[in-house]
Design a protein around this ligand. Structure first.
Ligand code: KG4
Ligand code: ZN
Length: 337
């Protein structure tokens, strides 16, 4: 059994072949970062067009790398993400599945992120807590079993990755700024600037990160931002984000009684966050798991794996369209099927 995974939800074209016994046989990624850099963020139309260029050649290469002619199932990211970009993966994925006569599986991008630590040799047992930190999401999720999730906390405004990218932009860095900002923070001194830890003083597991960006903006405007000052501001931002996330994770562990935590999504590649979470979990006598760095950010392997779990659970879409001669005007969402 080989599952082909396709990821095209944003600015990375990711493909992979997963085998249930052998694990990830091959994975490849084309990053569009340089295409969007000059615009300071992802341009949706350019992203879609670029996915069209790269997806099929990457699929050819990954089949070759996996030593197979065709896959036994095709998993593709169906959402959330940029709709044009998603449609490229969905159209190619479903067409291939149709041509090969195999199931097509629509995968939820955030479910794939939270399952990514399962691709590691030392993976957590269910149930566990998941901190999902990406460019579009910041969530604390109770993972009861595959497919059974309770959202415990969410962001009220910006996602953490978005806050990293916007702050990096304020400090004059390119896109995506998260990793660059993190590197700059390494040169900075803790405590020179002090930013608030949003929403930690009141109870609850929700987040808010848009205020931090304003703090950075005000601080940059007030100070003569030389190289060391920029690094000190970056450090203060990272310290505030990490302490906030760590506080909420500790709170979620206490509230649920769960001792196992995973962190996933692009920002879980962040070194300072990993260290902060590790320290907290060690003090709490808990257990923490991360995906390997390349599987923190968007990739095809997590899509293939999530697809495999959906397939095992018997969830995939029939490769047919229907027309409904009795389609009721009040049943627009369900009635066409
Ligand atoms: O999961 P991901 O690849 O895409 C989404 O699903 O959004 O996450 C991308 C986000 C970007 O905002 C990027 O700046 C951030 O993750 N990111 C990082 C790091 N690596 C990626 N942020 C901070 N430190 C990093 N090392
Ligand atoms: Zn993602």
């Amino acid at each position: 059994m080989h599952i082909l995974g396709l990821e095209t939800s944003c600015d990375e074209t990711g493909v992979a072949i997963y085998h249930p016994d052998k694990g990830v046989l091959a994975h490849m990624l084309y990053s569009q970062a340089s295409l969007h850099e000059g615009f300071g963020g992802v341009v949706p139309e350019l992203a879609s067009r670029n996915h069209i260029h790269h997806t099929l050649p990457l699929i050819r290469s990954i089949l070759e790398a996996g030593g197979i002619q065709k896959a036994d199932a095709v998993a593709y990211t169906a959402g959330p993400g940029l709709v044009g970009a998603l449609l490229v993966g969905a159209a190619i994925g479903r067409s291939l599945a149709y041509a090969w006569g195999v199931p097509a599986i629509a995968v939820h991008h955030m479910e794939a992120h939270l399952l990514a630590p399962m691709l590691e040799a030392e993976h957590p047992d269910f149930p566990f807590l998941a901190l999902l930190v990406s460019g579009g999401h910041t969530q604390l999720v109770q993972v009861n079993a595959p497919g059974v999730y309770t959202i415990l906390g969410d962001t009220l405004d910006d996602a953490v990755g978005e806050a990293f990218d916007k702050t990096a932009k304020l400090l004059g860095m390119g896109y995506p700024g998260g990793p660059l900002l993190s590197e700059l923070a390494e040169q900075g001194r803790s405590g020179v600037f002090d930013f608030p830890r949003p929403m930690t003083a009141r109870p609850g597991l929700d987040f808010s990160f848009s205020g931090l960006k304003t703090q950075v903006l005000n601080t940059v405007a007030k100070s003569h931002a030389g190289e060391q000052t920029r690094a000190d501001i970056a450090r203060a931002f990272v310290d505030a984000v990490v302490e906030t996330l760590v506080t909420k994770c500790r709170r979620a562990m206490h509230a649920t009684g769960l001792r196992r935590l995973i962190a996933a999504g692009g920002v879980s590649a962040n070194r300072q966050l990993r260290e902060g979470l590790l320290r907290m979990v060690r003090n709490e006598g808990g257990e923490i798991h991360f995906p390997r760095t390349e599987f923190c950010t968007d990739n095809g392997a997590m899509i293939a794996y999530a697809g495999w779990l959906r397939l095992q659970a018997g969830v995939w879409e029939p490769l047919r369209f229907a027309a409904n001669p009795r389609w009721n005007l009040t049943d627009l969402n369900g009635g066409a099927r």
